[in-house]
Design a protein around this ligand. Structure first.
Ligand SMILES: [Zn+2]
Ligand SMILES: [Zn+2]
Length: 336
């Protein structure tokens, strides 16, 4: 079968490799569509500490079950499914306390050591698969994982209906956060990005009218600050300045993946004096199922989110397109 292989940082190719077999407790999925994510770029550039090479990347995908291993219940050949890529050990201190996203042996399909979805077929533990609702396409199924990360962020944030939001970053993750904020009863959702074409897209395709290239451009809409500020750029400097936008008693959620080791400096007095909460959110925890449900219920405009679908042979071009910042979600069709 055809698969994308990253042999080492900066060394990517599409190769013919043996198709996987379903071991005990596993199923093999024929991948329908797999989405490219910023994490894939970090893996490609050798900037994701948890990856072991060589790896078949791809952790956002859906497809059809084509093989079922021994001791699998609840999944059958022909089922249409999405995959929660989290592979936590189930036995460590954090797993035993229900915090599998913080597992001491954390691994993920397509991001750690387990082969991922930029391939014609992939084998995954049966416990990671979720059945797709009738009528949900594979292009939509590939959006469930990024949405599940946003749902995890909202579980951390615990916002109230009627609150205001400011989101730094109008890329795919910023716009997913923005749409779920709106779905969650926001009274205002503002977006900041330095890429004007992304702000235009946020307006034209998603109806977010309060946008700008800096806090000054949107400040008048929430002069005292925003209840919920979500950092979705992964730039440490942005994570630092984002606190300036938070209202008294408000929250800052660090959603973007900043480079490890970089420090953001905060005014400790401001956090104390204004009762500000700073929160982290890590990947997916009990949020894949809710993501299936809210996507199915219409929380996200999936047609506007997916701007490009390329065959697996053009993976390199798809990565270049992603890096250029053109378009929104870029997806790969492994069978094309
Ligand atoms: Zn991702
Ligand atoms: Zn664990």
């Amino acid at each position: 079968m055809k698969a994308v292989i990253i042999n080492a940082p900066h060394e990517v190719s599409v190769e013919d490799v043996p198709a996987p077999e379903a071991g005990p407790g596993e199923v093999v999925i024929k991948v329908g569509v797999a989405g490219i994510c910023g994490t894939d770029i970090h893996i490609l550039d050798g900037e994701f500490p948890l990856t072991t090479y060589p790896i078949i990347p791809g952790h956002e995908f859906g497809g059809e079950v084509v093989q079922v291993g021994e001791n699998v219940v609840g999944v059958a050949v022909g089922d249409r499914v999405g995959v929660d890529p989290t592979l936590n050990c189930g036995a460590c201190y954090f797993c035993q306390r229900g915090q599998g996203n913080l597992c001491e042996r954390w691994n993920g399909v397509g991001v750690g050591s387990h082969p991922g979805g930029f391939a014609e077929c992939v084998a995954v533990p049966a416990r990671t698969v979720y059945h797709l609702p009738e009528g949900m396409s594979y292009a939509e199924a590939a959006l469930i994982e990024p949405i599940s990360c946003v749902v995890r962020g909202f579980h951390r944030l615990q916002p109230q209906v009627g609150e205001t939001y400011l989101i730094y970053g109008a890329g795919p993750m910023g716009l997913l956060n923005a749409q779920i904020a709106r779905y969650n009863g926001a009274s205002l959702v503002a977006l900041i990005d330095i890429n004007e074409s992304r702000l235009q897209k946020a307006k034209d395709a998603f109806g977010f009218d309060v946008v700008g290239t800096s806090l000054d451009a949107v400040r008048e809409h929430a002069p005292r600050g925003f209840d919920n500020v979500i950092e979705a750029t992964g730039v440490t400097k942005v994570a630092e300045i984002a606190i300036d936008a938070v209202i008294r008693r408000g929250k800052l959620l660090l959603f973007g993946v900043c480079p490890p080791g970089e420090r953001a400096a905060y005014d400790a007095f401001k956090i104390y004096n204004e009762e500000i909460t700073v929160l982290g959110t890590m990947a997916v925890l009990n949020s894949y199922g809710p993501a299936v449900d809210i996507l199915s219920a219409g929380a996200v405009d999936s047609a506007a989110m997916v701007t490009h679908t390329l065959p697996i042979g053009q993976f390199g071009e798809a990565i270049d397109l992603f890096r250029s910042g053109a378009g929104m979600k870029i997806q790969i069709d492994p069978s094309a």
